[in-house]
Design a protein around this ligand. Sequence first.
Ligand SMILES: [Zn+2]
Ligand SMILES: [Zn+2]
Length: 122
Amino acid sequence: MPWVKCHICSKDFYAKPRHLKIGWGKYCSDKCKFIAQKKGKFIECSNCGKKVYRALADFVNSKSGLFFCNKSCHCSWANKNLHLGINHPRWNCGEASYKQSFFRNYLGEKNVEDVALKIKEF
Ligand SMILES: [Zn+2]
Ligand SMILES: [Zn+2]
């Protein structure tokens, strides 16, 4: 009678001799087999720190190496880190140029010196 130990929960169970011959009989149940086949890891969400399970393929395909629990979590992270300042798609070249175009467009200032004075006062 071939009694074998489960590789996951180390419980003794009976495996059929013909199953052992072809390399089966490693796990006592489907539940243990399922755990053994899981190759991914639990990783912390890069935004909120919540633990999430990611499969091995996700680690291989990830370009940034960052993981998020859901899409909205990723968006709030991107707003804080990617679309800020110089990384923003509408970034011009800095605060001063923003103020200049603001005064030109909204206050109708044509003279550049006037605009520069307004910026100093602002
Ligand atoms: Zn087991
Ligand atoms: Zn999250």
